[in-house]
Design a protein around this ligand. Structure first.
Ligand SMILES: C[S@@+](CC[C@H](N)C(=O)[O-])C[C@H]1O[C@@H](n2cnc3c(N)ncnc32)[C@H](O)[C@@H]1O
Length: 220
């Protein structure tokens, strides 16, 4: 809660907080802290905008007693206002094949015809809130590194070029590198020396874009 308060203090009123979390199993049962966390955040003025699921097609081959393998993590989306900045068109995905049906009208499972023009145009469609993305726990840089695509997805969804992306738990810097590549300014914190050095090395040697942050000073 103290960290959430600091994030709230520094977040723009129309900004977003995305929290990637998975409840551990404690004493043989799944912890419920996420439900408690959401309630506490709401008490402190956060809006619980949505919950997304990051589904991993390559779960770790761990044997869990009495449970199946963990194959998803939650992404909690918190905002401070109803009118938060949101760019869903920036994350459109290729539309699925339509089995010969017209692009405009699709027949839903229930047999109703639905006008698809509101949520699809051309060959792209808006993604749903279940995201499929392989995890990268084999990363040599960090034992719980997140995939680049996941970071890029949320950066494109909630910011535009020049905006500031903050990752207070930067790890190997995946989010910061993605922000830099997408021409956003970035700010990161990391307590572990080894992870900090991994992040700085990635940021320094990534040559896909100009070093926005060096001129803005946002990363100092
Ligand atoms: C799940 S990892 C982040 C992984 C990162 N997204 C990546 O792809 O490499 C969380 C990180 O937060 C760091 N951390 C934990 N508490 C922290 C704190 N109070 N301040 C800064 N970093 C912290 C940990 O050392 C760890 O590297």
């Amino acid at each position: 809660m103290p960290k959430a308060a600091e994030i709230r203090r520094t977040l723009r009123r129309d900004g977003s907080l995305f929290l990637v979390v998975k409840e551990p199993v404690v004493n043989g049962e799944r912890h419920t802290f996420i439900h408690e966390l959401v309630a506490k955040m709401k008490d402190r003025g956060w809006r619980f905008c949505d919950e997304l699921i990051w589904m991993m097609p390559n779960p770790l081959p761990r044997r869990a007693v009495g449970r199946l393998k963990d194959a998803f993590q939650r992404i909690l989306h918190f905002t401070l206002s109803k009118k938060h900045v949101f760019y869903p068109d920036a994350v459109r995905q290729p539309a699925k094949p339509t089995n010969g049906q017209s692009k405009r009208f699709r027949t839903s499972v229930g047999g109703f015809k639905i006008d698809a023009t509101n949520f699809e145009y051309g060959d792209t469609a808006l993604p749903g809130n279940v995201l499929t993305c392989a995890h990268v726990s084999h990363s040599l840089l960090h034992d719980s590194a997140h995939p680049d695509q996941l970071a890029s997805f949320f950066i494109r969804l909630a910011t535009k070029e020049g905006d500031i992306v903050l990752d207070p738990f930067a790890g190997s810097g995946t989010t910061l590198v993605a922000a830099k590549r997408l021409s956003r300014r970035w700010v990161g914190y990391e307590v572990r020396q080894s992870a900090y050095h991994a992040a700085m090395s990635r940021l320094e040697h990534d040559s896909e874009t100009a070093y926005w942050s060096e001129t803005s000073g946002a990363s100092d």
